[in-house]
Design a protein around this ligand. Structure first.
Ligand SMILES: [Fe+2]
Ligand SMILES: [Fe+2]
Length: 201
């Protein structure tokens, strides 16, 4: 017996209401969704590319900043998930600067371990050390996280890479350099921060 390959087409007998669905229909949707998983990398790369249009008064555009942060992480010997996270840490700015840390963290959450997710989620509170005094805000917001497992990682990310990555003369690696990593990391969900959420449809 030949088993048909799953396709991305809707099944002819698929439901019109979720409360009328069957396990077989969900199995088909699950196979289609898995086949289309490479779309995640495509969309992340598309969002990163869109940051080339986001400058907002900075010396570098946000794509350059993102690439430079990831380049610094890679050259410092960061592991692959952390290089990926460094590349994507401000990807939320493609949609909204306000709340961009949380937007970015939630996008990468299914693909990284929890410490990496929490580093990106809270990175602005660590960045504040370097400029929040100009807004009359506390530079010590990171202190609330002392003792957390990811504290040192977030300090290294913010202090050594993120806050230093606004130099147009730095030897920044191009997006093409990181594309294989983006595709590798997003090929499957992580057992870390995102868990195996097989019911999110
Ligand atoms: Fe940020
Ligand atoms: Fe940043």
């Amino acid at each position: 017996m030949t088993v048909a390959e799953p396709t991305t087409d809707a099944a002819d007998n698929s439901f019109r209401r979720m409360d009328e669905s069957s396990a077989e229909q969900w199995a088909h949707i699950g196979r289609c969704t898995a086949l289309n998983q490479p779309r995640v990398a495509d969309r992340i790369l598309m969002l990163l590319q869109s940051l080339a249009d986001v400058r907002d008064g900075f010396l570098t555009d946000q794509l350059t900043h993102s690439l430079q942060t990831a380049t610094m992480a890679e050259r410092a010997g960061a592991d692959e998930e952390m290089v990926f996270a460094s590349l994507c840490h401000d990807i939320g700015k493609a949609i909204s600067v306000p709340n961009h840390g949380a937007i970015s963290a939630e996008i990468i959450k299914p693909y990284v371990r929890e410490d990496v997710y929490l580093t990106i989620l809270n990175h602005q509170d660590f960045q504040g050390r370097h400029y929040y005094h100009h807004f009359g805000a506390s530079r010590d917001l990171r202190d609330q996280f002392r003792g957390e497992s990811w504290f040192a990682l977030c300090e290294e990310f913010a202090d050594d890479w993120d806050q230093q990555a606004f130099d147009p003369d730095y030897d920044t690696l191009p997006l093409e350099h990181f594309e294989p990593l983006v595709r590798k990391i997003t090929a499957a969900v992580s057992s870390g921060a995102g868990g195996t959420q097989r019911t999110d449809y």
